[in-house]
Design a protein around this ligand. Structure first.
Ligand SMILES: Nc1ncnc2c1ncn2[C@@H]1O[C@H](COP(=O)(O)OP(=O)(O)OP(=O)(O)O)[C@@H](O)[C@H]1O
Length: 612
Protein backbone atom coordinates (compact mmCIF):
# COMPACT_ATOMS: atom_id res chain seq x y z
CA UNK A 1 0.00 0.00 0.00
CA UNK A 2 1.44 3.39 -0.98
CA UNK A 3 0.47 6.95 -0.25
CA UNK A 4 1.92 9.90 -2.09
CA UNK A 5 2.40 13.15 -0.27
CA UNK A 6 3.24 16.28 -2.11
CA UNK A 7 5.43 18.70 -0.34
CA UNK A 8 5.97 22.29 -1.34
CA UNK A 9 9.50 23.42 -0.85
CA UNK A 10 10.01 26.41 1.34
CA UNK A 11 13.04 27.23 -0.73
CA UNK A 12 11.28 27.34 -4.05
CA UNK A 13 9.62 30.49 -5.24
CA UNK A 14 6.21 29.18 -4.29
CA UNK A 15 7.02 27.97 -0.83
CA UNK A 16 4.18 28.63 1.50
CA UNK A 17 3.28 31.34 -0.84
CA UNK A 18 0.11 33.09 -1.66
CA UNK A 19 -2.54 31.75 -3.86
CA UNK A 20 -2.71 28.54 -1.94
CA UNK A 21 -5.71 28.02 0.15
CA UNK A 22 -5.42 27.66 3.87
CA UNK A 23 -5.39 23.94 3.84
CA UNK A 24 -2.10 24.06 2.04
CA UNK A 25 -0.51 25.19 5.23
CA UNK A 26 -0.90 21.71 6.52
CA UNK A 27 1.81 20.45 4.37
CA UNK A 28 4.88 22.57 4.47
CA UNK A 29 7.09 21.30 7.17
CA UNK A 30 10.34 23.05 6.72
CA UNK A 31 9.80 26.71 7.18
CA UNK A 32 12.56 28.96 8.22
CA UNK A 33 12.98 27.03 11.37
CA UNK A 34 12.93 23.65 9.92
CA UNK A 35 9.81 22.87 11.71
CA UNK A 36 11.78 22.36 14.85
CA UNK A 37 10.45 25.17 16.82
CA UNK A 38 13.01 27.56 15.46
CA UNK A 39 15.73 29.56 17.05
CA UNK A 40 17.66 26.51 18.14
CA UNK A 41 21.16 27.59 18.74
CA UNK A 42 24.07 26.74 20.88
CA UNK A 43 26.79 29.17 21.80
CA UNK A 44 28.47 28.74 18.40
CA UNK A 45 25.38 29.58 16.43
CA UNK A 46 22.48 27.79 14.77
CA UNK A 47 22.44 24.03 15.19
CA UNK A 48 22.47 21.65 12.27
CA UNK A 49 19.15 20.32 11.14
CA UNK A 50 18.70 17.00 9.43
CA UNK A 51 16.02 16.13 6.95
CA UNK A 52 15.62 12.93 4.95
CA UNK A 53 17.69 12.93 1.79
CA UNK A 54 16.01 12.34 -1.57
CA UNK A 55 15.73 8.65 -2.39
CA UNK A 56 14.54 5.62 -0.45
CA UNK A 57 14.40 5.56 3.33
CA UNK A 58 12.62 3.29 5.73
CA UNK A 59 11.48 3.32 9.34
CA UNK A 60 9.17 1.40 11.65
CA UNK A 61 5.78 2.74 12.59
CA UNK A 62 3.52 0.80 14.91
CA UNK A 63 5.53 -2.32 14.21
CA UNK A 64 5.13 -1.94 10.46
CA UNK A 65 7.84 -1.16 7.99
CA UNK A 66 7.30 2.08 6.11
CA UNK A 67 9.36 2.94 3.09
CA UNK A 68 9.57 6.53 1.90
CA UNK A 69 10.64 7.52 -1.54
CA UNK A 70 11.40 11.20 -1.52
CA UNK A 71 11.57 12.61 -5.03
CA UNK A 72 12.54 16.10 -5.99
CA UNK A 73 10.77 16.93 -9.22
CA UNK A 74 12.59 18.67 -11.95
CA UNK A 75 10.17 21.51 -11.46
CA UNK A 76 11.92 22.17 -8.16
CA UNK A 77 14.51 24.00 -10.18
CA UNK A 78 12.13 25.70 -12.55
CA UNK A 79 9.84 26.86 -9.83
CA UNK A 80 6.65 25.02 -10.77
CA UNK A 81 4.67 23.43 -8.00
CA UNK A 82 4.65 20.78 -6.69
CA UNK A 83 8.36 20.43 -6.41
CA UNK A 84 8.59 17.35 -4.30
CA UNK A 85 6.77 14.06 -3.95
CA UNK A 86 7.04 11.59 -1.11
CA UNK A 87 5.71 8.10 -1.61
CA UNK A 88 5.05 6.11 1.52
CA UNK A 89 4.84 2.37 1.10
CA UNK A 90 4.07 -0.42 3.52
CA UNK A 91 3.18 -4.07 3.28
CA UNK A 92 -0.49 -4.91 3.56
CA UNK A 93 -3.81 -4.20 1.95
CA UNK A 94 -5.33 -1.63 4.26
CA UNK A 95 -4.53 2.05 3.91
CA UNK A 96 -5.42 2.67 7.57
CA UNK A 97 -1.89 2.57 8.87
CA UNK A 98 -0.63 5.13 6.39
CA UNK A 99 -3.61 7.33 7.06
CA UNK A 100 -2.87 7.18 10.75
CA UNK A 101 0.72 8.09 10.11
CA UNK A 102 -0.24 11.03 7.96
CA UNK A 103 -2.84 12.34 10.32
CA UNK A 104 -0.40 12.04 13.22
CA UNK A 105 2.18 13.98 11.23
CA UNK A 106 -0.43 16.56 10.39
CA UNK A 107 -1.49 16.92 14.00
CA UNK A 108 2.09 17.29 15.22
CA UNK A 109 2.80 19.88 12.61
CA UNK A 110 -0.30 21.89 13.28
CA UNK A 111 0.31 21.79 17.00
CA UNK A 112 3.83 23.07 16.48
CA UNK A 113 2.54 25.78 14.18
CA UNK A 114 -0.36 26.82 16.37
CA UNK A 115 1.97 29.06 18.32
CA UNK A 116 3.26 30.68 15.19
CA UNK A 117 1.97 33.17 12.71
CA UNK A 118 2.90 33.16 9.08
CA UNK A 119 3.95 36.64 8.04
CA UNK A 120 4.45 37.71 4.45
CA UNK A 121 5.96 40.90 3.19
CA UNK A 122 6.94 41.97 -0.29
CA UNK A 123 9.93 40.19 -1.68
CA UNK A 124 12.87 42.47 -2.40
CA UNK A 125 13.14 42.04 -6.14
CA UNK A 126 15.08 44.46 -8.27
CA UNK A 127 12.15 44.49 -10.67
CA UNK A 128 9.17 46.74 -10.55
CA UNK A 129 6.99 43.66 -10.32
CA UNK A 130 6.63 42.92 -6.64
CA UNK A 131 5.48 39.64 -5.23
CA UNK A 132 4.80 38.34 -1.78
CA UNK A 133 7.84 36.71 -0.27
CA UNK A 134 7.98 33.15 0.97
CA UNK A 135 6.76 34.11 4.38
CA UNK A 136 8.25 33.49 7.77
CA UNK A 137 6.92 31.71 10.78
CA UNK A 138 6.89 34.14 13.63
CA UNK A 139 6.04 33.25 17.20
CA UNK A 140 2.46 34.37 17.68
CA UNK A 141 2.02 37.33 19.91
CA UNK A 142 -0.61 36.78 22.52
CA UNK A 143 -3.33 39.30 22.19
CA UNK A 144 -3.21 39.99 25.91
CA UNK A 145 0.30 41.39 25.49
CA UNK A 146 -1.01 44.26 23.39
CA UNK A 147 -2.31 46.72 25.89
CA UNK A 148 -5.43 48.45 24.79
CA UNK A 149 -8.57 49.45 26.59
CA UNK A 150 -10.45 46.24 27.19
CA UNK A 151 -13.51 47.43 25.37
CA UNK A 152 -11.55 48.18 22.18
CA UNK A 153 -9.88 44.84 22.11
CA UNK A 154 -12.99 42.95 23.10
CA UNK A 155 -15.07 44.75 20.55
CA UNK A 156 -12.58 44.08 17.77
CA UNK A 157 -12.16 40.42 18.66
CA UNK A 158 -15.87 39.81 18.81
CA UNK A 159 -16.38 41.56 15.51
CA UNK A 160 -13.67 39.71 13.66
CA UNK A 161 -14.60 36.32 15.08
CA UNK A 162 -18.18 36.88 14.15
CA UNK A 163 -17.05 37.77 10.65
CA UNK A 164 -15.04 34.56 10.30
CA UNK A 165 -17.92 32.42 11.48
CA UNK A 166 -19.14 30.25 8.57
CA UNK A 167 -22.70 31.29 9.35
CA UNK A 168 -21.72 34.88 8.68
CA UNK A 169 -20.15 33.89 5.38
CA UNK A 170 -23.43 32.29 4.35
CA UNK A 171 -25.32 35.36 5.50
CA UNK A 172 -23.20 37.52 3.21
CA UNK A 173 -23.59 35.07 0.34
CA UNK A 174 -27.38 34.90 0.68
CA UNK A 175 -27.62 38.64 0.43
CA UNK A 176 -25.11 38.95 -2.36
CA UNK A 177 -22.86 41.14 -0.26
CA UNK A 178 -19.10 41.06 -0.76
CA UNK A 179 -17.68 39.02 2.09
CA UNK A 180 -15.00 41.38 3.33
CA UNK A 181 -14.24 43.25 6.49
CA UNK A 182 -12.10 46.32 6.91
CA UNK A 183 -10.62 48.01 9.96
CA UNK A 184 -8.77 51.25 10.44
CA UNK A 185 -6.19 51.48 13.20
CA UNK A 186 -5.11 55.04 13.70
CA UNK A 187 -2.90 56.86 16.13
CA UNK A 188 0.67 57.98 16.72
CA UNK A 189 3.61 55.71 15.95
CA UNK A 190 4.51 53.18 18.60
CA UNK A 191 1.06 52.74 20.03
CA UNK A 192 0.50 49.13 19.03
CA UNK A 193 -1.22 49.12 15.64
CA UNK A 194 1.15 46.65 14.04
CA UNK A 195 1.45 44.61 17.22
CA UNK A 196 -2.29 44.20 17.46
CA UNK A 197 -2.50 43.11 13.83
CA UNK A 198 0.15 40.46 14.41
CA UNK A 199 -1.54 39.30 17.58
CA UNK A 200 -4.88 39.16 15.81
CA UNK A 201 -3.46 36.99 13.04
CA UNK A 202 -2.07 34.64 15.69
CA UNK A 203 -5.33 34.55 17.56
CA UNK A 204 -7.35 33.82 14.44
CA UNK A 205 -4.70 31.50 13.04
CA UNK A 206 -4.60 33.19 9.69
CA UNK A 207 -1.55 34.42 7.80
CA UNK A 208 -0.66 38.08 7.91
CA UNK A 209 0.30 39.95 4.74
CA UNK A 210 2.06 43.23 5.42
CA UNK A 211 2.24 45.97 2.86
CA UNK A 212 3.43 49.46 3.50
CA UNK A 213 2.43 52.26 1.19
CA UNK A 214 5.23 54.40 2.56
CA UNK A 215 7.90 52.55 0.61
CA UNK A 216 6.88 54.51 -2.46
CA UNK A 217 7.87 51.64 -4.70
CA UNK A 218 4.41 50.32 -5.41
CA UNK A 219 2.29 51.10 -8.41
CA UNK A 220 -1.40 50.57 -8.94
CA UNK A 221 -0.68 47.49 -11.01
CA UNK A 222 1.61 45.85 -8.49
CA UNK A 223 -0.81 46.61 -5.71
CA UNK A 224 -3.59 44.93 -7.62
CA UNK A 225 -1.40 41.93 -8.38
CA UNK A 226 -0.46 41.63 -4.74
CA UNK A 227 -4.12 41.62 -3.74
CA UNK A 228 -4.88 39.05 -6.41
CA UNK A 229 -2.16 36.85 -4.93
CA UNK A 230 -3.76 36.75 -1.49
CA UNK A 231 -5.18 33.51 -0.17
CA UNK A 232 -8.85 33.11 0.63
CA UNK A 233 -8.57 33.74 4.33
CA UNK A 234 -5.96 36.09 5.65
CA UNK A 235 -5.30 39.45 7.23
CA UNK A 236 -3.83 42.14 5.01
CA UNK A 237 -2.10 44.87 6.93
CA UNK A 238 -1.93 47.96 4.76
CA UNK A 239 0.33 50.32 6.63
CA UNK A 240 0.73 54.06 6.34
CA UNK A 241 -2.16 54.65 4.01
CA UNK A 242 -1.66 58.37 4.46
CA UNK A 243 1.75 58.05 2.84
CA UNK A 244 0.63 57.20 -0.65
CA UNK A 245 -1.45 59.27 -3.00
CA UNK A 246 -4.45 58.72 -0.86
CA UNK A 247 -4.67 61.81 1.22
CA UNK A 248 -6.75 64.77 0.35
CA UNK A 249 -4.28 66.59 -1.78
CA UNK A 250 -5.35 70.05 -0.90
CA UNK A 251 -4.99 69.54 2.82
CA UNK A 252 -1.60 68.05 3.08
CA UNK A 253 0.47 71.14 2.73
CA UNK A 254 -1.85 73.13 4.89
CA UNK A 255 -1.75 70.54 7.60
CA UNK A 256 2.00 70.65 7.84
CA UNK A 257 2.08 74.37 8.13
CA UNK A 258 -0.74 74.61 10.52
CA UNK A 259 0.96 71.99 12.65
CA UNK A 260 3.84 74.32 13.20
CA UNK A 261 1.84 77.44 13.59
CA UNK A 262 -0.56 76.01 16.03
CA UNK A 263 1.90 74.15 18.17
CA UNK A 264 2.38 77.07 20.49
CA UNK A 265 -1.33 77.64 20.82
CA UNK A 266 -1.85 74.03 21.55
CA UNK A 267 0.68 74.09 24.31
CA UNK A 268 -1.15 77.02 25.76
CA UNK A 269 -4.45 75.25 25.56
CA UNK A 270 -3.03 72.23 27.23
CA UNK A 271 -1.65 74.32 29.96
CA UNK A 272 -4.88 76.06 30.70
CA UNK A 273 -7.35 73.33 30.13
CA UNK A 274 -5.71 70.11 31.10
CA UNK A 275 -4.90 68.76 34.44
CA UNK A 276 -1.68 66.84 34.15
CA UNK A 277 -2.79 63.97 36.24
CA UNK A 278 -6.22 63.61 34.92
CA UNK A 279 -6.57 60.07 33.71
CA UNK A 280 -7.74 59.51 30.19
CA UNK A 281 -10.67 57.37 29.39
CA UNK A 282 -8.58 55.03 27.28
CA UNK A 283 -11.64 54.01 25.34
CA UNK A 284 -12.28 52.79 21.86
CA UNK A 285 -13.13 55.72 19.82
CA UNK A 286 -12.68 57.63 22.96
CA UNK A 287 -12.06 61.20 22.09
CA UNK A 288 -8.78 61.44 20.36
CA UNK A 289 -5.95 61.55 22.84
CA UNK A 290 -5.62 65.24 22.31
CA UNK A 291 -5.21 65.68 18.61
CA UNK A 292 -2.71 68.37 19.29
CA UNK A 293 -0.34 65.81 20.68
CA UNK A 294 -0.62 63.71 17.62
CA UNK A 295 0.50 66.67 15.67
CA UNK A 296 3.39 67.46 17.90
CA UNK A 297 4.83 64.00 17.65
CA UNK A 298 6.40 62.91 14.42
CA UNK A 299 4.99 60.15 12.32
CA UNK A 300 6.28 58.07 9.51
CA UNK A 301 4.77 60.31 6.96
CA UNK A 302 6.61 63.14 8.62
CA UNK A 303 9.83 61.29 8.36
CA UNK A 304 11.07 63.33 5.48
CA UNK A 305 12.71 66.68 5.54
CA UNK A 306 9.55 68.41 4.62
CA UNK A 307 7.98 67.67 7.90
CA UNK A 308 10.82 69.03 9.91
CA UNK A 309 10.28 72.29 8.24
CA UNK A 310 13.37 72.22 6.09
CA UNK A 311 11.54 72.03 2.81
CA UNK A 312 8.12 71.09 1.57
CA UNK A 313 8.26 68.24 -0.82
CA UNK A 314 5.17 66.56 -2.14
CA UNK A 315 4.82 63.01 -0.88
CA UNK A 316 5.57 60.17 -3.23
CA UNK A 317 2.37 59.10 -4.85
CA UNK A 318 3.04 55.97 -6.77
CA UNK A 319 -0.23 54.35 -5.73
CA UNK A 320 -3.17 56.43 -6.81
CA UNK A 321 -6.31 56.77 -4.82
CA UNK A 322 -8.36 54.88 -7.37
CA UNK A 323 -5.64 52.24 -7.56
CA UNK A 324 -5.92 51.71 -3.85
CA UNK A 325 -9.71 51.54 -3.93
CA UNK A 326 -9.54 49.06 -6.79
CA UNK A 327 -7.18 46.83 -4.87
CA UNK A 328 -9.30 47.01 -1.75
CA UNK A 329 -12.68 46.28 -3.22
CA UNK A 330 -12.31 45.81 -6.94
CA UNK A 331 -13.01 42.54 -8.66
CA UNK A 332 -9.53 41.30 -7.82
CA UNK A 333 -10.16 41.55 -4.13
CA UNK A 334 -10.63 38.21 -2.46
CA UNK A 335 -13.70 37.29 -0.54
CA UNK A 336 -12.99 36.39 3.04
CA UNK A 337 -10.01 38.55 3.67
CA UNK A 338 -9.66 40.94 6.56
CA UNK A 339 -8.14 44.28 5.74
CA UNK A 340 -6.47 46.36 8.41
CA UNK A 341 -5.32 49.79 7.34
CA UNK A 342 -3.13 51.85 9.60
CA UNK A 343 -2.33 55.51 9.65
CA UNK A 344 -0.79 58.07 11.91
CA UNK A 345 -3.00 60.76 10.39
CA UNK A 346 -6.60 59.80 10.05
CA UNK A 347 -7.51 63.42 9.42
CA UNK A 348 -5.61 63.33 6.14
CA UNK A 349 -7.55 60.44 4.66
CA UNK A 350 -10.16 60.85 2.05
CA UNK A 351 -13.53 60.00 3.59
CA UNK A 352 -14.21 57.72 0.63
CA UNK A 353 -11.37 55.48 1.72
CA UNK A 354 -12.76 54.91 5.15
CA UNK A 355 -16.43 54.91 4.39
CA UNK A 356 -18.49 52.03 5.84
CA UNK A 357 -18.08 49.01 3.63
CA UNK A 358 -14.41 49.69 3.21
CA UNK A 359 -13.73 50.35 6.85
CA UNK A 360 -16.23 48.73 9.14
CA UNK A 361 -14.61 49.63 12.41
CA UNK A 362 -12.11 52.25 13.47
CA UNK A 363 -9.91 51.84 16.48
CA UNK A 364 -7.93 54.61 17.99
CA UNK A 365 -4.53 54.00 19.51
CA UNK A 366 -3.26 56.65 21.84
CA UNK A 367 -0.67 57.62 24.36
CA UNK A 368 -0.51 55.59 27.49
CA UNK A 369 -3.20 56.48 29.99
CA UNK A 370 -3.01 55.41 33.60
CA UNK A 371 -4.54 52.00 33.02
CA UNK A 372 -2.29 51.33 30.09
CA UNK A 373 0.78 52.27 32.10
CA UNK A 374 -0.13 49.85 34.85
CA UNK A 375 -0.98 47.14 32.35
CA UNK A 376 2.29 47.48 30.52
CA UNK A 377 4.13 47.10 33.79
CA UNK A 378 2.11 44.09 34.89
CA UNK A 379 2.37 42.47 31.52
CA UNK A 380 6.12 42.82 31.40
CA UNK A 381 6.87 41.59 34.89
CA UNK A 382 4.22 39.01 35.44
CA UNK A 383 5.78 36.88 32.76
CA UNK A 384 9.35 36.87 33.90
CA UNK A 385 10.78 33.47 33.11
CA UNK A 386 10.31 30.89 35.77
CA UNK A 387 8.36 33.13 38.07
CA UNK A 388 5.15 31.21 38.01
CA UNK A 389 6.62 28.07 39.36
CA UNK A 390 9.89 29.49 40.39
CA UNK A 391 12.11 28.60 43.22
CA UNK A 392 12.84 31.37 45.68
CA UNK A 393 16.34 31.70 44.25
CA UNK A 394 14.88 32.46 40.84
CA UNK A 395 12.53 35.01 42.31
CA UNK A 396 15.44 36.79 43.93
CA UNK A 397 17.17 36.86 40.63
CA UNK A 398 14.13 38.48 39.12
CA UNK A 399 14.60 41.44 41.34
CA UNK A 400 18.26 41.78 40.58
CA UNK A 401 21.30 41.35 42.82
CA UNK A 402 21.32 44.87 44.16
CA UNK A 403 17.62 44.92 44.88
CA UNK A 404 16.47 45.05 48.40
CA UNK A 405 15.13 41.60 48.83
CA UNK A 406 11.54 42.12 47.98
CA UNK A 407 10.76 38.53 48.54
CA UNK A 408 13.13 37.90 51.39
CA UNK A 409 10.26 37.60 53.78
CA UNK A 410 8.79 35.07 51.46
CA UNK A 411 12.04 33.19 51.45
CA UNK A 412 12.07 32.94 55.20
CA UNK A 413 8.70 31.34 55.28
CA UNK A 414 8.77 29.71 51.93
CA UNK A 415 9.02 26.23 53.25
CA UNK A 416 5.70 26.68 54.93
CA UNK A 417 4.06 28.15 51.92
CA UNK A 418 2.60 26.46 49.00
CA UNK A 419 3.73 27.24 45.51
CA UNK A 420 0.37 28.82 44.94
CA UNK A 421 0.81 31.22 47.85
CA UNK A 422 4.13 32.33 46.55
CA UNK A 423 2.76 32.95 43.11
CA UNK A 424 -0.15 34.87 44.53
CA UNK A 425 2.18 37.00 46.58
CA UNK A 426 4.37 37.66 43.62
CA UNK A 427 1.38 38.70 41.55
CA UNK A 428 0.13 40.97 44.30
CA UNK A 429 3.55 42.55 44.66
CA UNK A 430 3.76 43.23 40.96
CA UNK A 431 0.25 44.66 41.03
CA UNK A 432 1.27 47.07 43.81
CA UNK A 433 4.35 48.08 41.94
CA UNK A 434 2.30 48.58 38.79
CA UNK A 435 0.05 51.01 40.62
CA UNK A 436 3.05 52.90 41.88
CA UNK A 437 4.51 52.95 38.42
CA UNK A 438 1.30 54.27 36.91
CA UNK A 439 1.17 57.00 39.55
CA UNK A 440 4.66 58.19 38.75
CA UNK A 441 4.46 58.44 34.97
CA UNK A 442 2.50 61.33 33.51
CA UNK A 443 -0.54 60.12 31.65
CA UNK A 444 -1.03 60.63 27.93
CA UNK A 445 2.55 61.69 27.54
CA UNK A 446 4.33 58.64 26.26
CA UNK A 447 3.52 55.98 23.75
CA UNK A 448 3.33 52.42 25.01
CA UNK A 449 6.46 51.74 22.96
CA UNK A 450 8.38 54.39 24.88
CA UNK A 451 7.21 53.08 28.21
CA UNK A 452 8.01 49.54 27.21
CA UNK A 453 11.41 50.65 25.95
CA UNK A 454 12.19 52.19 29.32
CA UNK A 455 11.09 49.13 31.26
CA UNK A 456 13.04 46.84 29.04
CA UNK A 457 16.23 48.27 30.43
CA UNK A 458 15.16 46.71 33.73
CA UNK A 459 13.80 43.43 32.52
CA UNK A 460 14.39 41.60 35.73
CA UNK A 461 14.28 44.47 38.18
CA UNK A 462 10.85 46.07 38.50
CA UNK A 463 11.72 47.94 41.67
CA UNK A 464 14.81 49.40 40.14
CA UNK A 465 12.72 50.52 37.17
CA UNK A 466 10.50 52.45 39.54
CA UNK A 467 13.47 54.04 41.23
CA UNK A 468 14.79 55.14 37.84
CA UNK A 469 11.59 56.85 36.74
CA UNK A 470 12.56 60.38 37.87
CA UNK A 471 15.86 60.08 36.07
CA UNK A 472 14.09 58.85 32.94
CA UNK A 473 11.51 61.61 33.09
CA UNK A 474 14.21 64.21 33.51
CA UNK A 475 15.90 62.93 30.43
CA UNK A 476 12.72 63.46 28.44
CA UNK A 477 12.33 67.00 27.24
CA UNK A 478 8.64 66.42 26.71
CA UNK A 479 8.07 65.31 30.25
CA UNK A 480 10.81 67.01 32.17
CA UNK A 481 9.39 68.73 35.16
CA UNK A 482 5.83 67.61 34.92
CA UNK A 483 3.11 69.53 36.67
CA UNK A 484 4.30 72.85 38.04
CA UNK A 485 7.69 72.86 36.53
CA UNK A 486 6.34 71.76 33.17
CA UNK A 487 4.14 74.78 33.20
CA UNK A 488 7.11 76.95 33.93
CA UNK A 489 9.07 75.29 31.19
CA UNK A 490 6.37 75.93 28.67
CA UNK A 491 6.18 79.54 29.67
CA UNK A 492 9.87 79.83 29.31
CA UNK A 493 9.83 78.26 25.93
CA UNK A 494 7.22 80.71 24.71
CA UNK A 495 9.66 83.56 25.06
CA UNK A 496 11.56 82.25 22.11
CA UNK A 497 10.79 80.91 18.72
CA UNK A 498 9.32 77.45 18.87
CA UNK A 499 12.15 76.08 16.81
CA UNK A 500 15.18 77.88 18.22
CA UNK A 501 16.33 77.42 21.74
CA UNK A 502 19.37 78.43 23.69
CA UNK A 503 21.92 75.74 24.03
CA UNK A 504 21.68 75.27 27.80
CA UNK A 505 20.54 71.74 27.22
CA UNK A 506 23.58 70.93 25.19
CA UNK A 507 26.44 73.26 26.01
CA UNK A 508 29.21 73.37 23.46
CA UNK A 509 32.00 75.33 25.08
CA UNK A 510 34.31 75.12 22.11
CA UNK A 511 31.83 76.55 19.63
CA UNK A 512 30.63 80.02 20.44
CA UNK A 513 28.02 81.22 20.01
CA UNK A 514 25.86 78.17 19.55
CA UNK A 515 22.38 78.28 18.26
CA UNK A 516 20.75 74.94 18.35
CA UNK A 517 17.62 73.62 16.84
CA UNK A 518 15.52 71.28 18.82
CA UNK A 519 14.17 68.63 16.57
CA UNK A 520 11.97 65.69 16.99
CA UNK A 521 12.06 63.46 13.99
CA UNK A 522 10.75 60.09 13.10
CA UNK A 523 13.27 58.04 11.27
CA UNK A 524 14.19 54.67 10.06
CA UNK A 525 17.77 53.88 10.83
CA UNK A 526 19.78 51.34 8.99
CA UNK A 527 21.80 49.15 11.24
CA UNK A 528 24.93 47.84 9.67
CA UNK A 529 27.42 45.40 10.88
CA UNK A 530 30.77 46.72 9.81
CA UNK A 531 32.24 49.78 11.48
CA UNK A 532 29.55 50.23 14.07
CA UNK A 533 29.36 46.56 14.83
CA UNK A 534 25.66 46.72 15.52
CA UNK A 535 23.51 43.90 14.37
CA UNK A 536 19.81 43.61 14.82
CA UNK A 537 18.69 40.10 14.22
CA UNK A 538 15.15 40.09 15.36
CA UNK A 539 12.50 42.02 17.14
CA UNK A 540 13.68 40.88 20.51
CA UNK A 541 16.83 42.88 20.82
CA UNK A 542 18.38 44.58 23.74
CA UNK A 543 17.05 48.12 23.80
CA UNK A 544 20.32 49.50 25.13
CA UNK A 545 22.13 48.02 22.21
CA UNK A 546 19.55 49.49 19.89
CA UNK A 547 19.96 52.89 21.47
CA UNK A 548 23.69 52.77 20.89
CA UNK A 549 23.10 51.61 17.36
CA UNK A 550 20.81 54.51 16.65
CA UNK A 551 23.28 56.96 18.12
CA UNK A 552 25.89 55.59 15.82
CA UNK A 553 23.59 55.81 12.83
CA UNK A 554 22.66 59.37 13.56
CA UNK A 555 26.23 60.37 14.00
CA UNK A 556 27.25 58.80 10.73
CA UNK A 557 24.29 59.64 8.60
CA UNK A 558 22.65 62.75 9.90
CA UNK A 559 25.69 64.39 11.33
CA UNK A 560 24.32 65.22 14.76
CA UNK A 561 26.98 65.69 17.32
CA UNK A 562 27.12 63.27 20.21
CA UNK A 563 28.23 66.01 22.49
CA UNK A 564 24.78 67.45 21.97
CA UNK A 565 23.49 64.52 23.99
CA UNK A 566 20.83 63.29 21.70
CA UNK A 567 17.85 61.99 23.50
CA UNK A 568 16.75 58.77 21.99
CA UNK A 569 13.24 57.82 22.19
CA UNK A 570 12.61 54.54 20.51
CA UNK A 571 9.05 54.11 19.53
CA UNK A 572 9.19 51.20 17.23
CA UNK A 573 11.48 48.57 16.03
CA UNK A 574 10.99 46.37 13.12
CA UNK A 575 13.09 44.21 10.97
CA UNK A 576 12.16 44.33 7.36
CA UNK A 577 12.82 41.80 4.74
CA UNK A 578 12.89 44.25 1.89
CA UNK A 579 16.10 45.75 3.09
CA UNK A 580 17.69 46.26 -0.25
CA UNK A 581 14.72 48.20 -1.47
CA UNK A 582 14.46 50.38 1.59
CA UNK A 583 18.11 51.12 1.54
CA UNK A 584 18.09 52.07 -2.07
CA UNK A 585 15.16 54.33 -1.63
CA UNK A 586 16.73 55.92 1.37
CA UNK A 587 14.73 54.92 4.37
CA UNK A 588 13.37 57.65 6.58
CA UNK A 589 15.22 60.89 6.83
CA UNK A 590 18.52 59.70 5.53
CA UNK A 591 19.62 61.24 2.35
CA UNK A 592 23.04 59.83 3.03
CA UNK A 593 22.62 56.13 2.66
CA UNK A 594 25.14 53.97 4.44
CA UNK A 595 27.13 52.03 1.95
CA UNK A 596 28.10 49.32 4.30
CA UNK A 597 26.54 45.93 4.59
CA UNK A 598 22.98 46.21 5.75
CA UNK A 599 21.50 43.91 8.29
CA UNK A 600 18.35 45.54 9.41
CA UNK A 601 16.29 48.64 9.59
CA UNK A 602 15.23 50.34 12.74
CA UNK A 603 12.23 52.47 12.95
CA UNK A 604 12.40 55.01 15.66
CA UNK A 605 11.77 58.43 16.95
CA UNK A 606 14.59 60.68 17.89
CA UNK A 607 14.41 63.86 19.82
CA UNK A 608 17.66 65.62 19.68
CA UNK A 609 19.44 68.92 19.61
CA UNK A 610 21.27 69.83 16.50
CA UNK A 611 23.68 72.65 15.80
CA UNK A 612 22.86 74.96 12.95
N1 LIG B 1 -0.43 49.12 23.12
C1 LIG B 1 0.70 48.41 23.20
N2 LIG B 1 0.78 47.32 23.97
C2 LIG B 1 1.92 46.62 24.04
N3 LIG B 1 3.04 46.93 23.39
C3 LIG B 1 3.03 48.01 22.62
C4 LIG B 1 1.86 48.81 22.49
N4 LIG B 1 2.14 49.81 21.66
C5 LIG B 1 3.40 49.66 21.28
N5 LIG B 1 3.95 48.58 21.85
C6 LIG B 1 5.31 48.11 21.66
O1 LIG B 1 6.01 49.08 20.91
C7 LIG B 1 6.62 48.54 19.77
C8 LIG B 1 6.12 49.25 18.53
O2 LIG B 1 4.73 49.02 18.39
P1 LIG B 1 3.99 48.94 17.00
O3 LIG B 1 4.96 48.71 15.88
O4 LIG B 1 2.88 47.98 17.13
O5 LIG B 1 3.44 50.41 16.90
P2 LIG B 1 2.63 51.05 15.70
O6 LIG B 1 1.51 51.81 16.29
O7 LIG B 1 2.30 50.03 14.69
O8 LIG B 1 3.69 52.05 15.12
P3 LIG B 1 3.75 52.62 13.64
O9 LIG B 1 2.62 53.54 13.44
O10 LIG B 1 5.07 53.29 13.62
O11 LIG B 1 3.72 51.42 12.72
C9 LIG B 1 6.31 47.06 19.76
O12 LIG B 1 7.48 46.36 20.08
C10 LIG B 1 5.29 46.85 20.83
O13 LIG B 1 5.63 45.75 21.63
Amino acid sequence: MSHAVKRYSSYGPYGDGPGRNDDDDDEDVEGDDGGNGGGEEDRLGPKLKYTPAPGFLYFWYKKHLIVINRKLDLSYYTGDIPDETMVLTTIGRSPTLLRELLSEARREYLLAQSKKTMVYTISPTPFAQKTWDQGRHRPSREISTVILPTESKGHLLRDVKEYLNPVTARWYAQRGLPYRRGYLFYGPPGTGKTSLSLALAGELKVPLYILSLSTGSLTDETLTMLFVGLPRKCIVLLEDIDCAGVQRNNNRHMDDESDQESSEEEEEEEEEGQSDNEPRSDGVKAKSPKPSKEKKRPSKSDANPSSSGQQHRPPRMSVSFSGLLNAIDGVASHEGRILIMTTNHRERLDPALIRPGRVDMQIEFGYAGRNTLGEIFRELYSRVDGMDSATIEEEEEVFGGEEESLLSSMEKTSTARSELDRQAQYTATIADLAEKFADMIPVDKFTPAEVQGFLMSYKRAPKRAIRKIPEWLNSKPSAAGEKGSRRAKNKHSKKRSPKIIKSEEAPEPTRQPDVVTSQSIAFQGVVHNSAGGFVVNDLQVDMEMVTRAIQQIIKENVGISHSASPELNIVGLRRRTNLAEDTEKGAGVHENKPKKEVNGILKGEVTTVERV
